[in-house]
Design a protein around this ligand. Structure first.
Ligand SMILES: Nc1ncnc2c1ncn2[C@@H]1O[C@H](COP(=O)(O)OP(=O)(O)OP(=O)(O)O)[C@@H](O)[C@H]1O
Ligand SMILES: [Mg+2]
Length: 206
């Protein structure tokens, strides 16, 4: 049997890394082989691209350049790590995937959705996650959680309106498309974890 690709999405500080641990524990309990990956990154080449996109530059970083690097990193990860794992029957838990580009670059940076769809088609064709957990949070709450962890990167220092547009796009897409479950990430951690487990059990009943 082939593995399944589960993606965790959400704004900074929504609790994605924490959710990856919850999904991992669920897969361990089912004795499923799995790996964890994160975007941008997950291969040596893609991690180098991550350092570039998250880094601080004296020059303006254009939305176009940022977008192309995100898709470059993504296709490296999918072709070299995710697809081979799934073919072997290994499940993959992704900390962010294509939905992040559609929300951040599409909603936040206001890049035309048609361009994003073309880039997705060019790089990944019809490759798509089996299930996405979108952790929904007010950006002010998420950023205050993230900032308690340390210095903020180039994205995290964006204006609050950028994150509001990003959140709105996440919610729009989650409402329109199948296989995306919206989790209220402002709840206490135990309740978030419970909601994640319920969503997973609904998607893959024991
Ligand atoms: N439901 C919750 N309630 C309160 N605090 C939480 C909750 N979930 C996670 N946290 C805490 O908030 C911080 C951010 O969580 P986490 O690192 O999982 O978020 P993230 O979405 O992975 O962030 P980033 O986008 O920066 O990687 C951590 O200190 C974590 O312990
Ligand atoms: Mg994280």
């Amino acid at each position: 049997m082939s593995g399944k690709f589960i993606v965790i999405e959400g704004l900074e500080g929504a609790g994605k890394s924490t959710a990856v641990a919850t999904v991992s524990a669920w897969l361990e309990a089912r004795n499923a082989a799995f790996i964890q990956v994160r975007e941008p990154g997950g291969t040596p080449f893609a991690e180098a691209l991550r350092d570039i996109v998250k880094g601080d530059w004296e020059e303006q970083v254009t939305p176009q350049a940022e977008l192309l690097l995100m898709y470059a990193a993504r296709v490296q990860l999918v072709e070299n790590v995710i697809r081979p794992a799934l073919l072997k029957g290994t499940w993959v838990i992704g900390d962010r995937h294509d939905l992040s580009s559609r929300a951040y670059q599409g909603g936040g940076r206001e890049v035309d959705a048609k361009i994003l769809a073309q880039l997705k088609q060019f790089t990944l064709q019809n490759f798509t996650p089996d299930f996405t957990l979108y952790l929904d949070i007010n950006p002010e709450v998420g950023l205050s959680r993230a900032s308690s962890r340390g210095a903020l990167d180039r994205f995290e220092r964006s204006k609050i309106d950028f994150f509001k547009r990003t959140r709105n796009r996440y919610l729009e897409i989650a409402t329109e498309e199948e296989n995306i479950s919206v989790i209220n990430a402002e709840q206490d951690l135990v309740n978030v974890q419970q909601a994640i487990l319920v969503a997973l059990e609904n998607r893959w009943p024991a």
